[in-house]
Write a protein of this length. Structure first.
Length: 96
């Protein structure tokens, strides 16, 4: 992780839990849920998990705010993409 924009935590790494996933036998895809690739650089809006079924399951973790709406992918050319929209990181930070 490179850093926090707001509400910094003492940890350099955080756990982000998403719905769905796969193992050797089953794959569950949840519509509109964020997905991540190894090595992908992202800008995320995160909230504490408050869902009754998962909030106390495992170590402290977060969920992406608004499912896929809270995830922005950082590209190698300094842009931030979400769905079909592309901005510079500075433009996104101005909006925020």
């Amino acid at each position: 992780m490179d850093g926090y924009l707001k509400n910094p935590l003492p940890e350099k790494e955080v756990i982000v839990r998403i719905q769905g996933g796969s193992d050797d036998y089953v794959s569950i895809d949840v519509e509109d849920e964020s997905s991540f690739s190894p090595g992908e650089r992202v800008f995320l809006y995160l909230n504490n998990d408050t869902w009754a079924d998962t909030k106390d399951f495992g170590p402290e973790h977060f969920v992406v705010t608004g499912a896929s709406q809270g995830k922005f992918t950082l590209t190698d050319n300094g842009r931030v993409t979400q769905f079909a929209r592309s901005l510079t990181l500075d433009e996104l930070l101005e909006i925020i």
